[in-house]
Design a protein around this ligand. Structure first.
Ligand SMILES: NC(=O)c1ccc[n+]([C@@H]2O[C@H](COP(=O)([O-])OP(=O)(O)OC[C@H]3O[C@@H](n4cnc5c(N)ncnc54)[C@H](OP(=O)(O)O)[C@@H]3O)[C@@H](O)[C@H]2O)c1
Length: 268
């Protein structure tokens, strides 16, 4: 009964790996470090062979062009290798990601899809860490409300889906407990840090330039920018109940995340 974290020990994968290992579930990781590459299908069979369940985390984003073809091939391979369940990390309100979800299910393996709001940890473990440190968040988006979700809640939900007695062919939307505009989120982070952090809407080139200051290459920043222009239009301005349904508890707030994160010193 081995579980596979497909897509590596990244932000979500490492959290899930730690939880499963602590629970005593035999678990292995697959990413370029172990010889598995999303861009080379010949590396896939060895990664999935011998496992019963897989968490699927595609990088950089399920919504990008060409990814549905990969998900379709993976779904068929998972069925051929006898996997009993898949858990897919997806995003809320992303049309392209919908196509990838459908494609993965094509092989017929029961698949739990976790459609997540923006991760709170984007501000501290990803592309917004530098802008928060500099006190100036600039995004190619309007100041829309978002229901920022804690990656620890996402990891708990993925572990529940991977280990519950019967696999589920179901889709859950995961959000945090409250809707906050980016200006409100910046104010909460500023309060936790004890120094100003502001939000302003910007254009795509400025956003790409900001990310370049932190070493994010343009080929990664540009598609992200266009994805944000697309999805940060208010379409996800609603709360979802996936955390409550899967875990039987309330999701963690941005304020709680910001306090913990400021304490860790990552924004100092
Ligand atoms: N950020 C958000 O707010 C948000 C919200 C909703 C959904 N999502 C979704 O979350 C997913 C990203 O999750 P994450 O942040 O947990 O991942 P992550 O931290 O970006 O990284 C996952 C891992 O992917 C591996 N990787 C990169 N390129 C690879 C390749 N070509 N082949 C195989 N492995 C590769 C890397 O390991 P190696 O270096 O060892 O290969 C890395 O450890 C995306 O699909 C995104 O759409 C994000």
């Amino acid at each position: 009964m081995t579980s596979l974290i497909l897509g590596g020990a990244g932000r979500s994968g490492s959290r899930i790996f730690d939880r499963l290992t602590t629970m005593g579930v035999p678990t292995r990781l697959a990413s370029r470090k172990t010889g598995f590459d999303w861009d080379d299908r010949e590396t896939w069979p060895a990664a999935v062979r011998g496992v019963t369940a897989a968490y699927v985390c595609f990088t950089p984003d399920l919504a990008f062009p060409g990814v549905p073809d990969k998900m379709r091939a993976l779904g068929l391979l998972a069925a051929a290798e006898g996997l009993e369940r898949l858990v897919l990390l997806s995003g809320r309100g992303e049309e392209g990601a919908r196509a990838s979800e459908d494609a993965l299910r094509h092989g017929g393996v029961p698949t739990t899809v976790l459609r997540c709001s923006w991760f709170q940890q984007n501000f501290s473990e990803h592309f917004l860490t530098g802008p928060v440190r500099r006190g100036r968040l600039r995004l190619p988006a309007l100041d829309v409300p978002e229901a920022f979700v804690d990656l620890d809640d996402v990891a708990d939900a993925a572990v529940a889906a991977l280990t519950q007695p019967a696999p589920q062919n179901a889709t859950y939307e995961l959000s945090g407990p409250e809707l906050l505009t980016f200006t409100q989120a910046a104010a909460i982070i500023a309060d936790a840090c004890g120094r100003p952090v502001t939000f302003e809407s910007t254009d795509v080139p400025t956003f790409v330039e900001d990310l370049a200051a932190d070493g994010v290459p343009a080929e990664e920043a540009e598609p992200l920018a266009y994805l944000f222009t697309d999805i940060l239009d208010g379409r996800n301005a609603s709360l979802a109940d996936g955390v409550q349904t899967l875990l039987g508890r309330q999701p963690s707030s941005l304020r709680s995340y910001a306090a913990r994160t400021a304490e860790s010193g990552v924004w100092s």
